[in-house]
Design a protein around this ligand. Structure first.
Ligand SMILES: [Zn+2]
Length: 188
């Protein structure tokens, strides 16, 4: 889906043209030249290690009650990815990043995003923003990453820790509950 119908520079209706071998939405106004390239947007993601466990959170907008994910967010202008991931961590959980290590860069073609994933060691007192409905602190060996998107970053972190990676199948939980894991509902 193309989010732009009108030129953001001159307000003319955009038209589809073949440009550099792909159909693009371009502005037909002479001298304007706007092209909606629709390039992927970078997203930062954090495998957050907190008190020896990995923090997974459920977005308040997600309707699936068993779906938990990494802390993610978009970069702000004039911010490095490392600054962005530390800021998102603090905004969403009130935790502070003690160390930030790159895990990898992953495609997320379905959403036209590019995931830049970090392992972030965090400290402080956990308090979720209203964006997140609840969180879980999961023992690393119980993690069950998905086979796509941020799941591949989580799997990379597990491999670096010499943990056996067992992927979750679609519809399964991303973690396996155990007495050691804390289900922690927060907020409303
Ligand atoms: Zn235009």
């Amino acid at each position: 889906m193309n989010p732009y119908q009108f030129c953001p520079q001159c307000a003319a209706p955009l038209v589809e043209r073949l440009l550099e071998e792909r159909p693009r939405h371009v502005c037909p106004t002479p001298d304007c030249g706007f092209v909606h390239w629709n390039n992927p947007l970078p997203v930062v993601a954090a495998v957050v290690e907190y008190e020896g466990r990995i923090l997974l959170a459920r977005n308040a907008a997600w309707t699936e009650p068993t779906m938990f994910g990494l802390i993610t967010g978009f970069l702000e202008k004039d911010e490095t990815p490392e600054q962005g991931v530390a800021r998102e961590l603090h905004e969403e959980t009130a935790l502070h990043a003690e160390s930030i290590e790159l895990l990898g860069v992953y495609e997320f073609i379905r959403k036209n995003e590019l995931i830049i994933a970090y392992h972030v060691k965090a400290s402080g007192t956990l308090a979720l923003s209203p964006e997140l409905a609840e969180y879980k602190l999961v023992e690393p060996k119980h993690l069950r990453p998905w086979r796509a998107g941020t799941g591949l970053a989580l799997a990379e972190w597990m491999r670096r820790r010499n943990l056996m990676v067992e992927f979750a199948e679609p519809g399964q939980l991303r973690w396996r509950a155990s007495e050691a894991d804390t289900p922690t509902p927060t907020g409303t």
